[in-house]
Design a protein around this ligand. Sequence first.
Ligand SMILES: *Cc1c(COP(=O)(O)O)cnc(C)c1O
Length: 379
Amino acid sequence: MEVPFLDLKAQHQSIKSKILPKWEEILENAAFVGGPHLDAFEKRFAEHCGAEQCIAVGNGTDALQLIFDALGIGHGDEVIVPDNTFIATAEAVSKVGGTPVFVDVLPDTYNIDPEKVEAAITPKTKCIVPVHLYGQTADMDTILEIGNRHGIFVVEDSAQAHLAEYKGRRAGSMGIAAGFSFYPGKNLGACGEAGAITTSDLDLAARIRQLRDHGSSQKYVHQQVGYNSRCDALQAAALLVKLDHLPAWNEARRANARLYLGQLEAEEGIRLPIVNRDCLPVWHLFVIQVEDRNAVQRELRDRGIATALHYPIPLHMQEAYKFLGYDRGAFPVTESYTERLLSLPMYPELSADQIHYVCENVKELVAGKPVSKGVALAG
Ligand SMILES: *Cc1c(COP(=O)(O)O)cnc(C)c1O
């Protein structure tokens, strides 16, 4: 049996007939930028997230960068980000001139550790960026309380958490603003690149709207130095079609997660993802821990099962961030995971038979190799 890590072809088969007429209409009218599809998508995505405004942009990294820029974050400012995330979270900080300050994650949910956030705050700290990693929201009440108490912004990186919930509130409705990615493999993916910002701060929304379009609200009149980061009409039309399916797709991911959890539960060689009871996750990824991960991954590949690593190198150990001067051992929790993490196939169209096949093979490969519990220092 073949089990791909992600099967985007299957997803688009089911909705192609709804997207193509819209794309044909856009081609007929040659209305490629802005327009009714974009307006409709922004309105509906904001509603889905429980935010007042949505501003669609070129990609998820730009979404974060535009937020930081619009909040006035720049040279000399520190922004706290988790060490275990995709590099885009930190890149967006660097690109506005700020300094990312990495913080370790919690050993159970992989999300940023609020106690360590508190400890990392200095007079230069301007913002905390919880990433709702793998589709589960961070401990938002605690983080928002820390932000309030210190008078610093909280910006959600919601790139992996479209419609995820925390105590009934949606990702993208809790911080001052949130960045979303619609990279094709995300829970809501464009047919190319796109991203969005959600916020209920109307002034901030207006500044971001200007920034995405060369700092302009009126053609050739520029109030500020901005960016070219618009979302085109073809992407907006596809996203609008796909948004209608998103709740059902997320539900299918949750059903798949239940199958995985049920079938892998009794296996001492596997550490399963832990769901915080305050959260309704959307399972962007299903990440387990196993010993001898590289060997397990290779053997699964030979048996037709594709897996992935999120993430193989923590941010503080990336060449790109060597200049920040972090040492190996600085973030023991993240470092201890790195060599054990394994992302199993996860997408709505995954069949029960495929999940069963994955589980049987993973169990066979890890049998008799219990996952070490301690937080061991790497290196
Ligand atoms: C995908 C992703 C981004 C960046 O989104 P792009 O659309 O690829 O620029 C940012 N943060 C996280 C956590 C992501 O997973």
